[in-house]
Design a protein around this ligand. Structure first.
Ligand code: GLP
Length: 244
């Protein structure tokens, strides 16, 4: 794991946006895994502004999502599909078929999970997977207790996650399940880039630094990935004790 300690939140967000931009510019057919959540909103704003200010062709790029809620109507304002439309797809005027979501409207969610895994493989895997982290150490929606080899599947969200995410839903009416890439699926991406900002993430980041392969905190699995970069702002890094 490589840790980048940014001097400010804006710097941390800018670093991650540049890493994404570099892949989109340099690779012939970039396959990017996107994350949702409040942490990523400023990153996508920087990224879309940078893309619009220069001639980058995105026609051959494909974007996969980490997860999606189960049980929402298509186009629901709290869905991750709406989030991605708002923050990336529409600002860049990109067609829907460049963005692949787990098909939460399929009558068989088991089939939807298998077919999502297949779609990733058919694109020769993910070049760069962007990640945030939940305060309880979840990645995607792989909650504590998820196994390191888990694949895309239906997951039950913990009370802590429901509480943290419910502000995106009117009346706090958040679904209790999601289809999420598994930890094993995430670990197959060629590069992982995680951004954590704000003091609400300081505790889980401290835990990550001090633990390895701990199933009570799935983010710790990522430390065995050969190309895992963790980008921190000063608040998220504030509880790390570096013994130098
Ligand atoms: C969400 C998403 C994750 C995200 C995390 C942190 O539930 N499933 O992909 O990284 O929780 O969200 P936030 O950035 O809002 O803290």
């Amino acid at each position: 794991m490589r840790i980048i300690f940014a001097q400010s939140t804006a710097e941390a967000q800018g670093i991650v946006a540049s890493m994404l931009l570099e892949k989109l510019e340099l690779l012939k057919n970039p396959v990017i895994g996107l994350a949702t959540g409040r942490t990523m909103e400023p990153v996508y704003k920087i990224l879309t502004e940078k893309i619009l200010s220069r001639p980058i062709k995105l026609k051959s790029s494909t974007f996969f999502m980490l997860d999606e809620y189960v049980g929402l109507s298509p186009g629901h304002s709290g869905s991750f599909k709406t989030y991605i439309d708002t923050h990336i797809r529409k600002p860049l005027s990109l067609p829907e078929d460049q963005f692949v979501f787990p098909d939460v409207h399929n009558v068989s969610l088991t089939q939807a999970a298998l077919s999502y895994e297949r779609s990733i493989q058919e694109c020769s895997g993910i070049d760069l997977q962007l990640l945030g982290v939940g305060q309880n150490g979840h990645i995607g929606f792989n909650e504590p207790g998820s196994s390191k080899t888990s694949r895309t599947r239906v997951v039950k969200l913990t009370d802590e996650t429901l509480k943290a995410n419910k502000s995106a839903f009117k009346n706090g009416d958040i679904p209790s399940e999601a289809l999420s890439m598994g930890v094993g699926t995430i670990m197959e991406a060629r590069e992982l880039v995680m951004l954590a900002t704000g003091d609400s993430k300081a505790q889980v980041i401290k835990y990550l630094v001090n633990h390895h392969d701990d199933d009570s905190c799935p983010v710790t699995y990522l430390k065995s990935h050969p190309h895992f970069v963790l980008v921190l702002d000063p608040d998220a890094a504030s509880k790390i004790n570096l013994k130098i």
